[in-house]
Design a protein around this ligand. Structure first.
Ligand SMILES: [Zn+2]
Ligand SMILES: [Zn+2]
Length: 379
């Protein structure tokens, strides 16, 4: 993606006005629901906030719940593709314990995974894409930097692609739907089904660049912290690989520690976070419950909800895209939301958005959607 050259200087000294400007522009450019949680993220031709609400009210627009043989095949393939590599990683760790793995590397692996995954879930997704809370510029830069270390692309491109997903979710134009290809359908048959599952999980990353992404990022390009971090993407990727290597060397005071720190905290961690993040795109549009009516196939999946730090409550998220809280019921563990609350307690986050109880109840009952929608800051 083309990068803006409008700003330069110390990222930690950028002014808050850039975010204010972004928040002013965003609703006009993209219909980001800063004042209306019931609206979807994007104003759009196909799925404007109003049309998405209409989808929820119009029975004919609801997703058909009957599972076709092709859909069943797609789910089984996806489940295998997601679970088998995880099982392989656990077996490798057990076999290598005491040889090329130990408690030190486990801590490095988990620590780097948490930092970079929170960078994606709290930084890239909830803060930058959906503007579900606000932060000072340095905090925004730090979260975007942590997300950049996950090696999922520069922050502005990531956000633009994700906004496109919300606008076209599971219809033509969705960059990573397991149900709909670029030309409308994956069609029947094992090969086509395999292609759909592969595309949703990882294949879409190798597809030709989406055209027209710029319109999804106009407000982001006014945010100085994000523009700078977007430019520094490669530097943060490198840092994400060097930090665990240095930690491994310092803990063990050895060159082999440097190598194993790089392998476990760098390469294996990238694989792990990639796989969990991609599962939100694939698993959470195939497996799970749908407590809210949305115009797509989004689902709440408890396994991805826990492993994905709250991102697996994906049907909730598609129903209330600008909510900082994805786990809406007490038992829907949402660690990313807990981090946002902790940030608020430390004075690092404010204007936290989440739908109020009547709003949630109305969408759950498939009753009134749209007019008078409120989004109660939970501060
Ligand atoms: Zn989705
Ligand atoms: Zn989203």
């Amino acid at each position: 993606m083309r990068r803006s050259d409008a700003h330069s200087g110390d990222p930690l000294q950028c002014e808050e006005r850039t975010l204010v400007a972004a928040r002013d522009v965003a609703p006009r450019m993209f219909g980001i629901g800063l004042a209306c949680e019931g609206s979807a993220v994007m104003s759009a031709q196909a799925h404007s906030p109003a049309s998405i609400a209409d989808h929820a009210l119009n029975p004919s627009a609801r997703v058909h719940r009957a599972i076709s043989p092709g859909e069943r095949k797609l789910r089984i393939i996806n489940l295998g593709a997601v679970l088998i590599p995880f099982a392989g990683l656990v077996i490798a760790i057990v076999l290598l314990w005491g040889v090329a793995f130990s408690a030190a590397y486990l801590y490095i692996l988990l620590g780097m995974s948490l930092v970079t995954a929170f960078g994606v879930t709290v930084g890239f997704h909830r803060l930058c894409t959906h503007r579900s809370f606000t932060t000072p510029c340095p905090v925004r830069y730090a979260l975007a930097a942590a997300g950049s270390m996950a090696v999922q692309g520069p922050v502005i491109r990531w956000c633009a692609e994700h906004r496109r997903h919300h606008q076209h979710s599971d219809s033509m134009g969705d960059p990573h739907s397991p149900h709909v290809s670029a030309d409308g359908s994956w069609r029947e048959g094992l090969w086509e089904t395999l292609k759909g599952a592969y595309h949703a999980h990882v294949g879409w990353l190798f597809a030709p660049p989406s055209k027209g992404l710029g319109k999804y990022a106009r407000d982001l390009r006014l945010d100085e912290a994000l523009v700078r971090c977007d430019r520094h993407f490669h530097m943060w990727v490198l840092a994400g690989l060097l930090i665990p290597a240095v930690l491994g060397a310092l803990i063990t005071m050895s060159w082999i520690g440097l190598l194993l720190g790089f392998l476990w905290g760098g390469l294996v961690r990238v694989l792990l976070v990639h796989h969990i993040t991609w599962s939100v795109n694939s698993v959470c549009h195939l497996w799970g419950s749908r407590p809210f009516e949305t115009h797509d196939h989004s689902r709440n999946n408890p396994v991805v909800g826990i492993l994905g730090l709250g991102e697996g409550w994906h049907n909730n998220h598609h129903a209330f895209p600008t909510s900082a809280r994805h786990g809406l019921r007490w038992w829907e563990l949402d660690v990313s939301y807990l981090l946002i609350l902790a940030m608020r307690a430390l004075g690092l986050a404010k204007d936290i958005r989440r739908p109020d109880k009547p709003r949630i109840a109305s969408k759950r009952r498939r009753s009134t959607v749209g007019s008078g929608a409120t989004n109660t800051p939970d501060s």
